[in-house]
Design a protein around this ligand. Structure first.
Ligand code: C5P
Length: 222
């Protein structure tokens, strides 16, 4: 049996990857499957939490039992949903891959290729950084905020810098590689704490990483 150490807590988890539309049929997206976020939602529910899962384009993953699932397709929609759910949350875990940029313009009709004409350049604008925003402006005192970072090199040093820049309490740093992370059932990570702590999580099921995250969150809530 699992310890109900999150009983009476409300936790918010974002999962999946946002899609930023260019026109009615095209978008800028990313390779996040949502599996790590869903594992976080399932394990939090198993530990007794009330869970709001903000899901971005995670078609194919079944809604975890007993979890409140809110759909959000774009970074803007995900921001609205996370801010709303975070208002009374004890912890927020931003596992979703949120687009840093979106197309500056949305074409209401499908963009066409024209004979003899080069395509228009793609102009991007920045999306708000949701993790930095909720960390700087906590909805309630003591709220624990967790971010994720996928890095390809200098994983720990870059992770430590990102943790400071974002202002969150914990940052789960993944090395992006062949069999790891995207779409896989397994993950390997180091969880960095704003208190200077470093918790390595060996290669294993995404549930194991999720449980380590909740252990660290529960410690900080206690
Ligand atoms: O800066 P980077 O995209 O690497 O940061 C990743 C972390 O920040 C993830 O936790 C992601 O959910 C969050 N993020 C966000 N808003 C953005 C971009 C990323 O909350 N616009």
């Amino acid at each position: 049996a699992v310890e109900p150490d999150l009983a009476g807590r409300h936790v918010v988890v974002s999962a999946g990857g946002t899609r930023e539309p260019l026109d009615p049929v095209r978008f800028l997206g990313n390779r996040s499957s949502g599996k790590q976020g869903y594992a976080l939602a399932r394990t939090a529910a198993a530990r007794g939490a009330r869970v709001t899962l903000v899901a971005a384009n995670t078609t194919g993953l079944p809604d975890p039992a007993g979890v409140d699932v809110v759909q959000a397709g774009t970074a803007g929609q995900l921001r609205e949903a996370v801010l709303k759910a975070a208002a009374d949350a004890d912890a927020v875990v931003m596992a979703a891959a949120v687009a840093d940029f979106r197309p500056a313009a949305y074409a209401a009709g499908k963009i066409k290729k024209r004979d003899g004409q080069e395509p228009e350049p793609l102009v991007l604008v920045r999306n708000p950084d949701i993790l930095a925003e909720i960390s700087a402006d906590r909805a309630r005192p003591g709220q624990v905020i967790v971010g994720f970072a996928a890095e390809t090199d200098d994983v720990l040093a870059n992770g430590r810098r990102k943790l400071e820049r974002k202002g969150c309490d914990l940052l789960v740093v993944n090395e992006v590689g062949e069999r790891k992370t995207f779409g896989s059932e397994q993950n390997e990570a180091v969880v960095l704490g704003a208190d200077g702590s470093e918790t390595p999580v060996p290669y294993g099921p995404k549930e194991a990483l999720a449980d380590t995250v909740w252990d660290l969150v529960a410690q900080r809530l206690a």
